[in-house]
Design a protein around this ligand. Structure first.
Ligand SMILES: NC(=O)C1=CN([C@@H]2O[C@H](COP(=O)(O)OP(=O)(O)OC[C@H]3O[C@@H](n4cnc5c(N)ncnc54)[C@H](OP(=O)(O)O)[C@@H]3O)[C@@H](O)[C@H]2O)C=CC1
Ligand SMILES: O=C(O)[C@@H]1CCC=N1
Length: 271
């Protein structure tokens, strides 16, 4: 499977994360190319990973067996129109898109009947601890197996049966690293107010998050049970957790996750 040549159209944050994951999983760098409209990110990717790069989307698309769209949703129509004009054979290839919000039907309006996988990874893919949601349209079993292989290094793949679930994956994992970073940022701020240096505060918070996530993954216990183990009766944790509860944490989280879903649905209507 590593023989397939894979081209990324767009060489930003998410392309970098997925390329890093592919390389870590043993995908040969000779079979990966990134195209971008400007040079700086290509130079960095070539230096960091030794992959091939091009300023021409059409060159990368013509070279590849599999094309991964990694531009912002708002850029996608232009990118598709340009590829159709300059590399029309690309519509016969297996296409993968990382874009939030855009349904398969939109790509079909732009490119005709295509074999497409919508993939929704998240940034921890960079370190092999991501989650990728995958939704296939018109793909063969071999193509699904190939895409599963492609994203295997990101961490964990979740295949979806309904396209709408991609928006749910966005809320649960795609956007979610930012929720945790926001929470950790708030904890770091308070730790600094308490007198810890910025570096110590960041390290203490991140190490605690890593420890908690590792325990949760390794333990059969629920999040609630793990939380109970920290919470002594009449103790400090109870006060902190009660404060979160009184401030409406659960509702706040549910509302935020729904806002991510609503935005994805909105994008589908307006792009
Ligand atoms: N960031 C995330 O956590 C996640 C993002 N996604 C999806 O991934 C996609 C990419 O997001 P992200 O990597 O964050 O965005 P970035 O802005 O980091 O990357 C987009 C890249 O596309 C390049 N680009 C823009 N227009 C063109 C064009 N016409 N031809 C070639 N390259 C072009 C930009 O070039 P330049 O450097 O010149 O600006 C930039 O490098 C989005 O569709 C997003 O929805 C999915 C899951 C998670
Ligand atoms: O914010 C966004 O739209 C993208 C999709 C998921 C994470 N980042």
């Amino acid at each position: 499977m590593n023989d397939n040549r894979v081209a990324f159209i767009g060489a930003g944050n998410m392309a970098r994360c997925v390329i890093a994951a592919m390389l870590k999983a043993g995908y040969p760098k000779e079979n990966i190319m990134a195209a971008n409209r400007s040079q700086p990110k290509l130079t960095e990717l070539a230096a960091d990973f030794g992959i091939q790069t091009s300023l021409s989307n059409a060159t990368a698309a013509n070279w590849a067996d599999v094309i991964v769209f990694a531009v912002k949703p708002q850029m996608m129509q232009d990118v598709c129109a340009q590829l159709l004009a300059e590399a029309p054979e690309c519509v016969e290839k297996l296409l993968v898109t990382l874009a939030a919000g855009l349904p398969v039907s939109r790509y079909e309006e732009w490119l005709g009947q295509i074999r497409l996988v919508r993939a929704m990874p998240n940034t921890p893919s960079l370190v092999g601890l991501g989650v990728t949601g995958l939704y296939p349209s018109r793909c063969s079993n071999y193509e699904k197996a190939f895409v599963d292989h492609l994203f295997s290094g990101t961490g964990m793949n979740v295949w979806l049966e309904a396209e709408q679930q991609i928006n749910h994956v966005i809320a649960v994992t795609g956007s979610a690293p930012a929720y945790f970073f926001y929470f950790m940022q708030a904890m770091q701020q308070k730790a600094e107010q308490l007198g810890f240096s910025a570096a110590d505060a960041k390290a203490m918070v991140a190490q605690t998050a890593l420890g908690a996530a590792t325990m949760a993954l390794q333990s059969p216990q629920s999040f609630a049970e793990l939380r109970a183990q920290v919470t002594s009766k009449g103790g400090t944790t109870h006060e902190a957790v009660s404060s979160f509860h009184a401030a409406g944490l659960e509702e706040m989280v549910a509302t935020a996750m729904q806002a991510a879903i609503d935005r994805a649905e909105e994008m589908a209507k307006h792009i």
